[in-house]
Structures are given as C-alpha cells and as structure tokens.
Design a protein around this ligand. Structure first.
Ligand code: CTP
Length: 401
C-alpha cells in the first residue's frame, strides 16, 4: 500500500458507538505503514480508551488533557500543518456542527480549525439526526468548503432502528483515505479502464464455460490507478472480490458483454487484465439441458478478441491512448507475448508464466516480464499482485506523460 506508507494521518475519534470501528481503522492504517496520531474527544473517551489506539498505532494517543498540557501551544497547529490528512471517524452530528461553525472547544476541533491539510469525515449518528435539516445544512457547508465525506451507510443503527447514519466499515473508510491521498498522483485527471476476472460463456441457463481467473491482479490494478489519482472504471466479470472504493464498476459476464461495455467507453488507458474467453458455445440452450436427453455435443465458436477490436488494429476507432495486455502462457512465454504485443496493437504486455506455482491464477503473487512496443523489456521479480500493479501503473503514467 505505497499510497499510505510514511503518510502522517490524524485520526479524530468522537463520541459514537462506532468508535470501536476506529480502532480497526487505526490498526489498518498503521499496518499499511502510516504514522497515525489519534485525537480523542471527551465523548470519544467515554466509548474507547487512548490505550486501545496506542496499542494498535504504537504511538501516543491524545486527549483533551493535552490541550492544556506542556505542548498545548504548538500541538494543534503543528498537527494540522504536518499531517497529510485529518480523518474524523466516527464523526458525530455534534462535531459536524462544530466544524461547520468554526467552533474550537476541544483538541480535535481546535486542530481541525488550524489544519491546512485536507479533512475527511465519516459521519455516524442515528438516522433522524442525520436527516435533520441542521445536520444536512452543516454537511452541505462542510462539503462546499472541500471537506470530504465518506458515508454514512444505511442499515442497523444503535437505536435499534434501521436507516441512514451508520459509519461505513473501516475498509471503506480506508478506501476513501487512499483516494484523498492519491488525488494529486501521477494519473490525476486521467481516466483508466481496467478489466478483470474470468468471463463466463453460457452453455444453458445454469451452466457456463469459464476459467480460473480470480480477478486479483485486475482489482489490484484498479486500486493502484486510484492511488495515483486516476478516475477508474472497472469492467469486471464475476469474482469473489469487493471492488476498490471509488471505482465505477461495470459488471459483465460474457466476453461479448465485456466488449460491448468497452465499445461504449473511451479513456486515457485500458488495462486488459481479464481472462476473456477465446471460445464460446455457438448457441446457448434456452432451457436447462437434461441428463435424460444424453450427453450434449456443444459446438464452440471463436469469441471476439476484445483487445484487437478496441486497440484499433482491426481498423476500429482507437479509444485508448495507452493499451496494456496480459499474456498468460504455459510455454514459450516471451515469444508468445511478443506476438500478442504486436498483433493486439499494445503499448506493452505483461507476460505471465502460469506454469509457475507462485504466479498467475488464484495466488497472491506474480512473476511478470513487461515487453514494450519500443522493444525494451523489464523483468519483474516475484512480487505481490499489489506491487506488480503499482509497477504497471507507473509505466502507464510514464507513457501518458
Ligand atoms: N484477450 C482479449 N479478448 C479475448 C481473449 C483475450 O482481449 N477474447 C486479451 C486478454 O485480456 C489479455 C490478452 O488478450 O490481455 C492476451 O490474452 P491470452 O489469453 O494470453 O491470449 P489469447 O489472445 O487469448 O491467445 P491464446 O489463448 O491462444 O494464448
């Protein structure tokens, strides 16, 4: 998670039962390499202790007692100036009101008023309080001043009622934090489309032909592009994964649907990480095939080659300034990848040796060689799919410069 590593995050925790989720968020941030300084309000301390946060961040957590302590005169000013981001999660209706009106009566709100870094809030309150015109007005005021708002979500509320007001889950807040930190990255202002997952080609209403693709490399690419500030559309075949926060998701099943989705789009870059089918049943049966009818003979036909169609090599309009493909090979890796690089009209291709146990389908790591249209090559050592994604995104950004 390079977008978080070494970043200084201030995490404000206010008086909501969702404060317990803040401990998980602080832990996730610290594990990703961020320096996390937690600022608890008095009400926040009623729900959770500074010790909880110190235990997960390895750093001192601050309370209102520090507002009047030895470092008081510099604390709030230095915090808000040195931090990369002030996150308030959970943020109560009361703290939102204070922020909207410039009230600075505790360490967190004083810090927020002095802060020059961006502010992100994750509201948490009962549905009625969130819907109240006062809260809505405060929310609008804060947004108009550039405060970023993550959530709230809908669902079970502490009052026993159900509605909008829940703090969103820590993983989602983390996604919003990444977006805020990546905003001015190398791909700021650029649009990137990533395809992911293994397509499904229908045999009948219940059966499909598919492959072992997990979608992990594609989803990691979408996240890496977001981390660099890109606007990301993820065209995804069915996977078990949750799309990164901030992606515009287009769900597809078949290679035809994937192609149709791309023909409706244009972008600065296309990264085709999906394992798209090469063959598909010529005709999907309308009704479920029955055993009693015997073993079916399924006639296959060639599926459209998505990359060749959208990269312009077949004479169609070129919709992407940079096009990147993957080559999944079990033999003659570089020769086959080179052929695909040219025949698919790509700027570069990531060759993937799927015969290795630690690379390719389903596993967390990849061992890629990047082959560029200008003839250069880069061998990437065994690395996580996240790291591989970051490398690929670096090259996409360089090519778009
Ligand atoms: N691809 C595509 N459309 C398809 C099949 C593949 O656009 N119908 C894309 C893949 O997403 C990948 C690249 O083409 O980026 C290479 O895919 P790969 O499966 O390695 O190669 P194929 O062209 O399918 O050739 P083969 O299966 O014969 O190796």
């Amino acid at each position: 998670m390079s977008v978080l590593s070494g970043k200084h995050i201030l995490l404000g925790v206010t008086g909501s039962i969702a404060a317990y989720k803040a401990a998980d968020l602080a832990s996730k941030l610290a594990q990703a390499g961020a320096k996390v300084d937690v600022l608890l309000t008095g009400a926040g301390e009623n729900f959770i202790t500074p010790l909880t946060f110190q235990s997960v961040t390895g750093r001192r957590a601050y309370t209102d007692a520090d507002l009047w302590g030895n470092e008081a005169h510099i604390l709030h000013v230095s915090f808000g100036k040195t931090a990369d981001l002030l996150v308030i999660a959970p943020c109560t209706a009361d703290t939102m009101a204070k922020l909207a009106h410039g009230i600075a009566d505790n360490l967190l709100t004083v810090t927020a008023l002095a802060a020059t870094c961006p502010i992100l809030i994750a509201p948490a309150m009962d549905g009625g309080m969130f819907d109240h015109p006062a809260t809505q007005e405060n929310l609008n005021t804060l947004q108009s001043r550039g405060v970023l708002v993550a959530g709230p979500g809908s669902g079970h509320l502490a009052s026993g009622l159900s509605g909008k007001g829940r703090m969103i889950e820590p993983m989602e807040v983390l996604g919003h934090i990444r977006m805020a930190l990546g905003k001015h990255g190398k791909l700021a202002g650029k649009k990137v489309i990533v395809t992911a997952g293994g397509t499904q080609e229908a045999i009948d209403p219940v059966r499909v032909i598919t492959n072992h693709s997990s979608g992990k490399q594609g989803y990691a690419l979408a996240q890496a592009a977001l981390d660099e500030g890109a606007k990301v559309t993820l065209v995804t075949a069915p996977t078990a994964l949750t799309p990164p926060v901030g992606t515009n998701v287009i769900n597809v099943k078949s290679v035809q649907e994937m192609l149709d989705a791309l023909l409706n789009e244009s972008a600065d870059a296309l990264i085709m990480a999906a394992a798209a089918a090469d063959f598909r049943p010529k005709q999907a049966a309308k009704e479920k095939m029955k055993k009693r009818d015997g073993i079916p003979q399924i006639e296959l036909e060639a599926a459209p080659d998505v990359l060749r169609t959208v990269s312009g090599v077949l004479g169609e309009k070129k919709r992407f300034n940079v096009a990147v493909g993957f080559a999944a090979e079990s033999q003659s890796l570089l020769e086959n990848a080179e052929e695909k690089l040219i025949s698919k009209g790509l700027d570069f291709i990531a060759a993937n040796d799927i015969s290795a146990k630690d690379a390719g389908f389903g596993v967390e790591t990849n061992r890629l060689t990047l082959l560029f249209a200008n003839g250069t090559r880069e061998i990437l050592p065994l690395m996580s799919k996240t790291e591989a994604a970051e490398k690929i995104i670096e090259h996409v950004a360089r090519l778009l410069e």
